[in-house]
Design a protein around this ligand. Structure first.
Ligand code: SAH
Ligand code: SF4
Ligand code: F3S
Length: 470
């Protein structure tokens, strides 16, 4: 099925693509009607995709494009897609369909799709067949070849490029960072865990770690550029370092990042509970720049279901980590992901999830109704509970969590926190975040955006706090 031009597969280092970037500067300028071309990249899914989009934007800038968020203005539109749940995929199909009139009105518009969805053969093929106005489809393993692929697609023919996972990391791709004070720093790519419900290992390939000196260099540059909140990214940061020549683990890397001079804070996601170490917890506890926040997806509170999910921990182990972390880190905020309605999950299993949520008292939860993913083991399991029933369980869960969040927020009233001011909220107040990731709104000048302030919490309104600047 692949229309991929085999002749271009030699380019395994981004720098070698300079000639294509140079050529594209002229070609894209001409296609845009002899003006600076406008490129739009829309990102679906998780921070990994956000980080990839920052690379695509960086490459667009090298090609002489400026960036826009408005599809009506754009000369080139790229959707960076997510495959993690059916809902995410449906949104992409809907939004690609909605581009048809735009393409009709402006035939020179170039439309491309990339990301996790495109790494699935049946999806890439469906897009290629059903949307003839999509000129380029490329998967997550092909991102470093974007200039070559774009060149081929604008100068000769439609391209589908779904690569093989070659296990490599391509450094040196330029990055356009979306924010100016809050940024993402990937430390590793891929996932080896194969949780039975999850598509990520199939679309992102095997786990591989970036070299520590490159990460530290990136972090130093971000701090120098004024970044105040840096999130180290990976699907399972706790296994950072495997396969590297350097003898380093995640806790050591985290400490090294936090040791960089400057006024900033560092956080990370995601930690897989199966290999959180005491050393990691101690490192968080001992270093002020590391946020007192840990995102520790538990997925479910039933050991029977955790086994079927292939998560490789049980609730006892999970609670042991939580207890240790709470004892070491005052004001610790723990957040989590929960899947409701995994195949074979009963109402009794679900009640165990509620019990666990009550025990841990998470600050907030990302909750998902199970979605079958083609090619995963769970998709072949019997799934007798109807969706409507699962939706009812979900409402029950959200109620429990709301009460916990309200209680946690109420306990913060009267205390003072150092917050990073992020934006002006719709109500005109400044919206800021504590190190443990809780939103505090307060009155103040817009000039404070991007700076740290000390704020006393005066009022708890559900999960948003109000405060006053000291
Ligand atoms: N690597 C991270 C998670 C990445 S995916 C981790 O292991 O925690 C983000 C979340 O999406 C998962 O934690 C899970 O809760 C949810 N998810 C993944 N696959 C799903 C599926 N098939 N149906 C519903 N939710 C899913
Ligand atoms: Fe998916 Fe599990 Fe890997 Fe997370 S650890 S990305 S849930 S397979
Ligand atoms: Fe989605 Fe890919 Fe992330 S499937 S959740 S964008 S790794």
């Amino acid at each position: 099925m692949s229309e991929l031009n085999k002749n271009i597969s030699d380019f395994d280092e981004f720098q070698k693509q300079e000639q294509y970037i140079n050529a594209l500067q002229d070609i894209l300028y001409a296609r845009a009607g002899n003006k600076q071309p406008l490129a739009m990249v829309r990102t679906y899914g998780c921070q990994q995709n956000v980080a990839d989009s920052e690379k695509i934007k960086g490459m667009f800038e090298q090609m002489g494009c400026s960036l826009t968020d408005n599809e009506e203005d754009a000369d080139i539109i790229i959707f960076n897609t997510c495959a993690v749940r059916e809902h995410a995929e449906d949104r992409v199909f809907g939004n690609v369909g909605a581009l048809k009139p735009l393409k009709k009105k402006k035939p020179s518009l170039f439309i491309g799709l990339c990301g996790c969805m495109m790494e699935q053969e049946h999806i890439a093929e469906k897009i290629y067949k059903s949307y003839p106005y999509v000129s380029l489809v490329f998967g997550t393993h092909e991102i470093q070849r974007f200039p070559v692929l774009l060149y081929e697609a604008v100068t000769s023919k439609r391209i589908i490029a779904r690569g093989q996972d070659d296990g490599k990391i391509y450094e040196g791709i330029p990055i356009h960072r979306d924010g100016s004070f809050k940024g993402w720093l990937p430390i590793m790519y891929g996932c080896d865990n194969f949780c039975s419900y999850c598509i990520v290992p199939y679309v992102r390939g095997r786990e591989r770690s970036r070299k520590p000196d490159i990460i530290l260099n990136d972090a130093r540059e971000m701090v120098k550029a004024g970044f105040k909140d840096i999130t180290l990214l990976g699907q399972n940061v706790n296994s950072y370092g495997k396969g590297l020549d350097e003898d380093i683990d995640f806790a050591t890397l985290l400490k090294q990042v936090s040791d960089i001079d400057g006024d900033f804070r560092v956080r990370f996601m995601t930690s897989h509970p199966k290999d959180v170490s005491k050393k990691l917890i101690d490192t968080i506890a001992e270093n002020d720049k590391i946020c007192n926040h840990i995102h520790l997806p538990v997925q479910c509170g039933s050991d029977r279901i955790l086994k079927r999910m292939n998560r490789k921990y049980d609730t006892e182990k999970y609670l042991e980590i939580v207890d240790y972390a709470k004892s070491k880190i005052p004001d610790l905020s723990i957040t989590s992901d929960i899947i409701v309605g995994f195949p074979g999950e009963t109402y009794e299993d679900f009640q165990q999830t509620l019990d666990l949520i009550r025990k841990v008292e998470f600050t907030s939860l990302f909750t998902f109704i199970y979605s079958a993913r083609v090619g995963t083991p769970a998709a072949k399991m019997d799934d007798p509970v109807p969706y409507e029933e699962k939706a009812k369980w979900m409402s029950e869960l959200l109620k429990v969590q709301e009460e916990i969040a309200a209680k946690r927020c109420a306990a913060m009233v009267g205390k003072t926190y150092r917050v990073l001011v992020e934006e002006q909220a719709k109500n005109g107040m400044l919206s800021s975040r504590t190190a443990n990731n809780i939103i505090v709104e307060f009155d103040g000048s817009k000039d404070l955006i991007g700076t740290f302030c000390d704020v006393e919490v005066t009022q708890a309104r559900n999960w948003i706090l109000r405060g006053k600047k000291l």
